[in-house]
Structures are given as structure tokens and as C-alpha cells.
Design a protein around this ligand. Structure first.
Ligand code: MG
Length: 383
């Protein structure tokens, strides 16, 4: 590995793990974080969870697992170029979606509505909950016992109220400080990955077309360049060639602009990074605008497409009905979830019961949620 810049996360300065453990013999601490994430149950479930399209709609659409891999590899490039900690950034990216509900944002919104009187549901917080508490892999502790830096990176957003309750990883939201550069760049890698793969998946599904995309400056620029270099290129290869150039454009701009900002801010340590009044990782003004335009195109033309809306409305109904049924009668949940419900209800009342139901639902894959819904509501289905 290249030498780390002074403002990178250096392992020697790590705030460590919640439960002290001996140092790994052949790995770095952040490598151990990454490996634990890859071995977790929640990570394996990502293969059957989706963002925009429901998992059974087709084999070629992104799942949260392939999305997370794309995010991690973009982040590694950016981290390497900026000489910050590549392994830590990779670990954060691989874990960033672990707390996602089935059915992408539709599922998360529905679960949040169900939990409105019980503290709400937020997928970033749930990702942290998965790695801190819900994974049951180790004899000595609940969760994966990740380093502070990795946990802090996973917690992308958080309300002031939740920050107060969270302790160490909540501190920066109270002190209005920034996270380390590895976490900052993970956010951008996430955005670059999903905007571009949603374009590809949207085209594949026939919901958006190359003609409409001409209205997006970033697409149009690269489409024009590819067309003039390869006039006879068409179909999927044309789309792929344009998208790979768009990704390259965004990643290169992110690296160059971030390096410039770090220089201009005179950042000499991770303390400087944390105390800066804004993220030091970021696009140039022009690319930030192009990226915003791409996002709003996708919002208007893909996420609001009636076929996506139908899926969204079905997903919300499934989540709502599962929640109501399990909350009304926790005995309908499998033993371990029912036991968690009993335990937490004893400690926190109805909010504890609701949290157990929410954990159960959030952990479901798309197809499992659909199957559970059928088992509960379809008299002809085996239970
Ligand atoms: Mg993501």
C-alpha cells in the first residue's frame, strides 16, 4: 500500500473497538473490519435486496450486494489516489447498506411510518444496529465489534436526538464536526454508483430511453463523444461505453477537486478534516451541478415512472401489513424474534415490541418478505 497522507485514518490513532480484542496477527484492524462484514449474515442477504427494482423482476438488475461492491471499488480508487485509507473506505462501503429494508426506499419509508410513534426507522442507524448488536457471530460480544472509524463511517446521517443516545459515534453530529475522509468519500462513491447503474437498469427495463437522456448534460456530452468516435456503435455497448465514461468523469473530478480542497484548506491531520466547516471531499462546482441534474432526471423519469410506483405501492402495503400483523400479535413471529420482542417489551414497553418487529422486517430480503406476507394472509399458503 502507498504511504498514507497525514490526514488519512492511521490505524495507530484508531479509537479502537467497543470490546477490547488482541491485535490480528496477519491483518490490519481495518482489514479485520472488512472481513467481518463480508462474513456477516446481513451481507449475504444483500444479494436478495434491491434498490429500485424488486429482486424477482430480472436477473440482471443491481442488487444491494452488487451495488455495494461497485461502491467499494469506486471508493478504493478515490482513496488510493488521495492516499487515504483504502481498506477502511472499502469496509465502510461494504457495510453501508446492511440496514436496508426489503424493497429499497419504498420499504424504508413504509417501515419509518410504521415506527413513527416508536422512535422511527432510519436505514443508516439500522446499519449501525446490525454491526453493533444484531449480528450473532461471536462468542464474546453481540455484533461485529468493528472499529470506531468504521462504525462512524457507517452512520452517515443521524438526528440530534439519536446522536445524543448513541454515545461515541454520535459525538460528531452534536459537535457539528465532519467524519474522516474515508467516510466522506464513501458517500460520493455511493452516489456515483447508484446514479449510473440506475441509468443502465432503467434503460434495460425500458423505463427510460437514450433520447430522453439527451436532456442530461453529463450523459449528452459523453454520448456525443462516443458517437463521434464510434459512429456505428449502438445498443447495449453504446450505453455501457457512455456510462463508463460518465463514471470515469465523476471519479476523476472527485479526486482532482478533493485534492485541491485538501490543499487549499491546508489540512495536515485528521483533526483538521474533522474540524473543517464542511466536507473536504467533493466535486467541482460544474460537476456537482451535472450530478444534481442527473439525479433529478432519475427522480422524475425513473423513480416516478408508473411501473416503479406500482412496485413501490405494493412494497409499502406488504411492509405495512406485516408490521401491523406482527405488532398486534408477536406470537406470529418466528421464535427468536418473538423472544426479542418479549425481552424488549419488558424493558421498553410497546416501543420495544415495535423495535423487535422492525428488526425482523428490516432483515428480510425482498422475496422473503413477499413469502411471509403470503404465509400470513393467504389461507392456501403453507405457514
Ligand atoms: Mg448505497
Amino acid at each position: 500500500m502507498m504511504d498514507l497522507a497525514p490526514y488519512a485514518a492511521h490505524e495507530g490513532d484508531s479509537r479502537g473497538r467497543r470490546h477490547a480484542e488482541p491485535k490480528p496477527a496477519y491483518r490490519s484492524e481495518y482489514q479485520r473490519d472488512r472481513d467481518r462484514i463480508v462474513h456477516s449474515t446481513a451481507f449475504r442477504r444483500l444479494v436478495y435486496k434491491t434498490q429500485v427494482f424488486v429482486n424477482h423482476e430480472g436477473d440482471l438488475y443491481r442488487t444491494r450486494l452488487t451495488h455495494s461492491l461497485e461502491v467499494a471499488q469506486i471508493a478504493r480508487t478515490v482513496a488510493g489516489a488521495l492516499q487515504v485509507n483504502e481498506t477502511l473506505s472499502e469496509a465502510i462501503c461494504l457495510a453501508h447498506d446492511l440496514g436496508h429494508t426489503p424493497f429499497g426506499h419504498a420499504g424504508q419509508d413504509a417501515l419509518n411510518e410504521c415506527m413513527v410513534d416508536f422512535g422511527g426507522f432510519e436505514h443508516n442507524l439500522q446499519s449501525l444496529r446490525v454491526v453493533d448488536e444484531l449480528e450473532e457471530h461471536y462468542a464474546d460480544f453481540d455484533g461485529l465489534n468493528l472499529t470506531f472509524e468504521c462504525r462512524e463511517g457507517i452512520l452517515k446521517h443521524c438526528s440530534y436526538k439519536n446522536a445524543l443516545a448513541l454515545g461515541d459515534v454520535g459525538e460528531r453530529f452534536i459537535a457539528r464536526q465532519q467524519p474522516g475522509l474515508e467516510a466522506q468519500l464513501a458517500n460520493f462513491a455511493d452516489e456515483i454508483a447508484y446514479n449510473n447503474h440506475d441509468v443502465e437498469d432503467g434503460i434495460r427495463a425500458g423505463l427510460i430511453g437514450v433520447d430522453e437522456l439527451a436532456a442530461v448534460a453529463l450523459f449528452d456530452k459523453h454520448f456525443g463523444a462516443v458517437k463521434s468516435l464510434y459512429p456505428s456503435l449502438g445498443g447495449r455497448r453504446l450505453v455501457y461505453e457512455v456510462l463508463r465514461r460518465m463514471i470515469n468523469h465523476l471519479v476523476t473530478d472527485l479526486i482532482d477537486s478533493s485534492a485541491r480542497r485538501l490543499r487549499e484548506a491546508g489540512a495536515a491531520s485528521i483533526r483538521d478534516v474533522r474540524q473543517h466547516d464542511a466536507f473536504l471531499i467533493g466535486f467541482s462546482a460544474e460537476t456537482a451541478r451535472d450530478n444534481r441534474d442527473l439525479k433529478s432526471f432519475l427522480r422524475e423519469n425513473l423513480y416516478k415512472h408508473y411501473k416503479v410506483q406500482r412496485m413501490t405501492s405494493k412494497a409499502r402495503r406488504v411492509v405495512r401489513e406485516l408490521f401491523d400483523a406482527f405488532f398486534a400479535d408477536p406470537a406470529l413471529m418466528p421464535d427468536e424474534h418473538r423472544a426479542a420482542g418479549t425481552r424488549w417489551e419488558a424493558a421498553h414497553g410497546p416501543a420495544g415490541r415495535a423495535r423487535a418487529v422492525s428488526d425482523y422486517i428490516a432483515g428480510m430480503t425482498d422475496r422473503y418478505a413477499i413469502l411471509e406476507h403470503r404465509r400470513l394472509f393467504d389461507p392456501g399458503e403453507r405457514t
